[in-house]
Design a binder for this molecule. Sequence first.
Ligand code: DGJ
Length: 700
Amino acid sequence: MSKQSALLSAPTSALLLEVVDGALIIQHWGAPLQGDLASVQTAIRPSIANSSWDFPQFPGIMRESSRGFLGRPTLSGHRQGKAWSTKFEVTDFHHSKNNVTVTLRDFHAELEVTLNFDLDAYGVLTQKGSVKNIGSSDYNLNEFIHWLPLPKEATQTLDFAGRWSNERNPQRKDIATGTWVRESREGRSGHNFSIADIALTPQTSFQSGNAWATSIAWSGNSHYLVEKLFDGSTSIGAGELLLPGEITLAAGESYEAPALVSVFSAEGLDGVSAAYHSYLRARSVHPKRPRPLTLNMWEALYFDHNEEKIKALIDVAAEVGIERVVLDDGWFHSRRDDRAGLGDWVIDPAVWPNGLSPIIKYINDKGIEFGLWFEGEMVNPDSDLYRAHPEWILHEGDRVPPLWRHQLVLDLGHEGAFNHVLEQTSAVLSAHNIAYIKWDHNRVLVDAGHLGKAGVHRQTQAIYRLFAELKKRHTGLEIESCASGGARIDLGVIDLVDRFWTSDNNDALERQTIQRWTAQVIAPELLGTHIGPTHGHQTGRTLELSMRATTALFGHAGIEWNITEATEQERKHLATWAQYYKDNRAHLHSGKMVRVDYPEAHAYLHGVTAHDLSKAIFAYVQLTPTVAIHPSPLKFPGLDPSATYSVKAVFPAGKPRFMLITPPDWMSGITLSGSALASIGVTAPILAPANAFLIEITKA
Ligand code: DGJ
C-alpha cells in the first residue's frame, strides 16, 4: 500500500500528516517545510526506553490507550459501559491542495470519525471533526477534543482570564508535567473565557519568536487543555465541554465538534494576530461597509427613555457626525428597570405612546441609522411570558435556577420558546427601519436542563439558528454580540454577528488593555470601542477627552456618553475626531495591528500599519508615571526600511496633558527612513498618567 501522507503548506506555517500502522499522526505543526520528507517517521521514531513498550507505539491523533497512549484521549464515550475503548483505523484519506479529509472507523465500537484539516494562505489551520454512530444501540459521547502536538521548545502558555468589566487579562506561565485545563461552564463563552490558548517559548514577544495559538469556535461550554505527559510529549487542545448525558447518539446519528482554529507564527504574538485578522477579513460575511460611527445611548439614558431627552441627544449626535444611534435596554413592555419585562418584546406604550416610528424617523431624517437592543434568550419572572409559560425556562426537575440580574434563561431548545422570541423580535424589525440590533446575554446558565437532560449544547445551537433566521428574514441586518459587555466573543458566533461589544468598561485606561488582548484574535473593526463619559461610570476615573478618543479610535468606534453635557470645546473635538475616524477607518480596519515591545512598563505603543507599508497610525499611551526623565524612544518596527516617511503627532480630539516644558521637536513633523524609525526611533514625551496621542507616519 502506498504511503498516505499530506503536507499542507502556507508561506508562514505547515502541517504534516501521515498514516502509520492505521493511525493518523500529526508529524509536524509549525514552520514551513519543503524538500524530501519521506523519512520523517524514521527520523523521529522513538528509542525503546527502560520500563517501556517492547516496540514503539504510534497512538496518533485519536490518542487511544489501545495504541499505547497514556494521556487524555481525543474521543471518549460508551454504550452502557461497552465500547469504552476504541481502536480507530484510517479507512479513507483524501488530500486536495491544502485540505485533508480523513475517515477513521472502529468496527468493534461501531463508530466512524471524520476529520478535516484546512490550512489557508495566512497560515490559519481549521480542524473540524465529527463522530457517527454506525452501530444499532445508543452511544453516549463524553468528550471530543481537537489536539495538536507542541514541540519541546514551547515551554510556556498564554491564556486569558477575567470578569465583568475586566475581560481578557493575560496569564503567562510555564508548562509543567500534568494537564492545565481552562473550563468555561457558563453556557456562554463568558468574561473568563480564554479567547485563545497560545503556546510560546520564553522569548516570544509581540514582535518575535514562535507561537502556537488555538481558538475554539464555540459559544457554549468549552475547555482548553495543555497536557505534558511523563514521556515529555506536550500537546494543546480544545473542545466543547459536554455535560453528563448531553449527547447521546442514536443509530446513524452524528455529533459535530466545534472547529478549532489555530495559527503557528514565527513572528510573535503580532504574527498570530495578523493571521487571525486576515482569516476573518477573508470571510464572505465579514462586514464590507465602512463601520458606522455609533452613539449608544445606554450610559446617557439607562432606563430613562424620555423622547425629548433623546431628541436633544440626537441633535448633538448629528452635529458631531454620528452615523448610527442605538436605543438600548428599556424600550419594551414594563421594562422600567432591570427587574421586569424580559421576554415581552413589544414596545411599551407607557414610554413610547406613539411607538418607536416617530423617533426612528427623527433619527433617519438626520441621515443616521437606528439600532435597537434585545436580550432574547432571557426572561424576567415578572413578565407576561413567564406568567404564561413558566415551563419554558432552562431548569432541572422542579427546581428554578438561582436568579441573576432578576432573570432566568429561556429554553430556546423548546420550539415554543424559540418561535416566541423569533416572531416577537422579527415583528419589531419588520415594522421599523432598524439597521442593527444589539443582542445581550446578561447571565450565566446553571442547572440548565432541557426536558430532563443537560441543555447547553442545544441552547448554543438554537441561538446560532435564531441569528441565522433573523438575518435571513431581514436582509442587511447587522447583529452585535453583547453579553454583559464582552462575555460572548468567540469564533463560534462570529460568522453570525457583525460586531462584539468588547466590554462594559468604557474607562479608556482599562480599555487599553482589554482591547489590546481581545484583538489578539478578533480584528479591531469587529470590536465596539466607545468614548465614555468624562467621569467613567465603571471606575469613577476622570480622563481627558484626548485619551478616551485615542483609545476608541482603534476599533469600531463610537460614543457612549450624554454628549448634551459636553462643553462647546468638547463637541468641536468630538466632531474633528469623528472626521478623523471616517478619514482613516479604511486604514485602521484593514492594516496590520502592531503592538511594539516597548521596553518600559509605563506605556503602550501600538498602531496599525498598511500592508503596503505606505502608512501607519500609532498611539502612544502613557499608563503610569515614568521613572526616568527621558523614557525609552518610540521605535516603529515593520516599515519599509529604505523608504522615507513623514512623522508627526496629531491631536484630532485635543492635546493630551503633557508633563514637560517643551515637547520633543519631532512632534510637529520630521522625515526619517523606515530603518531609522525601527532602530533609532523618536523621543518619547512625558505625559501625565492616563494620557495618549496619535502619531501619523506616511511615506513621503
Ligand atoms: C449589558 C450591556 O453590556 C450594556 O451595554 C447594556 O446593554 C446593558 N446590559 C443593558 O441592560
